[in-house]
Every structure is written in C-alpha cells, then in structure tokens.
Design a protein around this ligand. Sequence first.
Ligand code: ADP
Ligand code: ZN
Length: 292
Amino acid sequence: MPLFGGIEAGGTKFACAIGTEAGDIRASVRFPTRDPASTIAEAAAFFQAHPEPISAVGIASFGPIDPRLGSPTYGYITSTPKKGWAHTPIAAVIGDRLGVPVAFDTDVNAAALAEHLWGAARGRDTCLYLTVGTGIGGGALVQGRRLHGALHPEMGHVFVPRAPGDTFDGCCPFHGDCLEGMASGPAISARWGQDGASLPASHTAWKYEAHYLGLAIIGFVLTLAPEIVILGGGVMHQQQLFPMIRQMVQSRLRGYYQVPAITSAIDTYIVPPTLGDNAGMLGGIALASAVA
Ligand code: ADP
Ligand code: ZN
C-alpha cells in the first residue's frame, strides 16, 4: 500500500507523519518551529530517514498562504507576522528535497478534510473547522471541496460586536479588536494578565469567549450553511465553553435558522474534533493522497 507524508506546519510546532490513504499513521514526529531553513530541513530529514518511500507529501500550513495553483507565489507562506517566516516557499523547498508531488493548503482546511474523512464530520460534505489557539482560523469543506477562492478563508479576522463590559483593546497586530484580537489565547492572556489555562471555569473570561466565538460562529453558519461545526485548538480544551457557545448560538439565532441539528440537537452540531492533535498531520496525509 503506498505511503504518504503529512506535515502540519504550525507557528509553534511542526508535526510530521507517514501514513496510508486510510489515515493509518505509521510514524510521526513533533518538534518546535524555529527559523524556516532548519525547521523545513528537519521535516524533510524525517521523511528521508524512513525505510519506505512516500509517494507524495501534503503540507497543512499556518497562514496566510498562497494556495492558488499557477500563482507565482503558489506554495508560499506569505504575509505572516511570524518572525523570519514571511515569503517562505515551503512547498517548493519540501518538493525539491523529497522529489515527490506536494499538496498545500491551510492547516484548518486540511483539518476540516481530515475530520470529514476520518473524524467528526464523516458523512457531512459541508463542514466548518475552527481553531482557537495562538490565533483563530477557520477552514471548510463546501459540498466536498476545500474552500478557496481569491485566497482562502481568514475567519479569525472578522469583526464581532463587543461583549457588554469588555474594555480590552484587542491584540491583533493588523486589526486590534477583530475576533482573533479579542478571543485568541494571547487575547485572553493580555486581557486577564494570566494564561487561560490557569483561569477557573467560572471566570468572566469564558463568558466573553462564548460571546465572541458564538457570534462569529453564527456568521459562519449563516454564510456557509455547514452541517457540523468543529471547534479545536488549545483554548477549546476548556470544555465548559462548548455548552456556553451552543447556548449563545441558539439564543441569538432565535429560531430563525430552521435546522433540526441547531434547534434541537446542538450538542451534536458544535463539537470538539475527533482526531484531536492529529487532525493537522492527518490533513496533510489526506492532501497528499489526493495529488499522488
Ligand atoms: P497553536 O495555536 O500554536 O497551534 P494551540 O492550539 O495549542 O497551539 O494554542 C495555544 C494557545 O492556546 C495559547 O495561547 C495558550 O495560552 C492557549 N491554551 C492552551 N491550552 C489551554 C487551556 N487548557 N485553556 C485555555 N487556553 C489554553
Ligand atoms: Zn485581525
């Protein structure tokens, strides 16, 4: 059975895996993200050291990226504020090193694909995957296809009305108080002076979090009509957020959007990822198996 490589290129860490098109992982490695040259070299070395060859590699990358085939900067990480990483031709470097076809997409589009093939979104052709971590990002499959277009979705940077009483300025370097600026992990730390992981479940931080995420999700649901919404990323380890966000979505939609999953089974509509921390690298394997 042919083997495929998957790379989750994250701003904090890289995760690489070798697996089958059925999503069986045969080997994997994780290491911190450093400068582009040494980090990409370490990823390539992992695949080269494996005794069996891979047929293709898929890169699920932090962004913004250029996923437009035929564009002069296709396969680049483009205008990222992450130091040293702007304008990095990651797909070409990996392809040259490994000599195999390369598939390339956002980490969240790839995670949506992996959850569709092997996880919570099985059987749902239109699904949304949102990550709430160092940044906020959303990816989607729409009628079975990963959502692209002018570029790719950048759902973390939409603007949402302020939560009553929230005076925080926001921490997005581009927009200040966009969704990411108000509700990412760093936004929580900056607003409250401590990491979200150390705040109690009853803290006001989570009311604000449910407000921003709930209102943004309403916008995404009304725009994309997903059949399921998957919420991943470090901040969503706060399990108490799920019922709070579901309640926000239901109450603010006010029964307007007549989808039984939302009006009467929202516990199965807004859900955690099934693939957990493996969603990104499995997404890479899924991308690779489609280009080989
Ligand atoms: P990345 O975004 O780099 O891929 P994560 O999804 O793990 O990584 O997100 C990291 C962010 O999530 C950090 O800002 C961290 O403070 C926050 N975070 C991680 N774990 C928790 C937790 N249990 N509760 C709240 N926030 C968390
Ligand atoms: Zn922003």
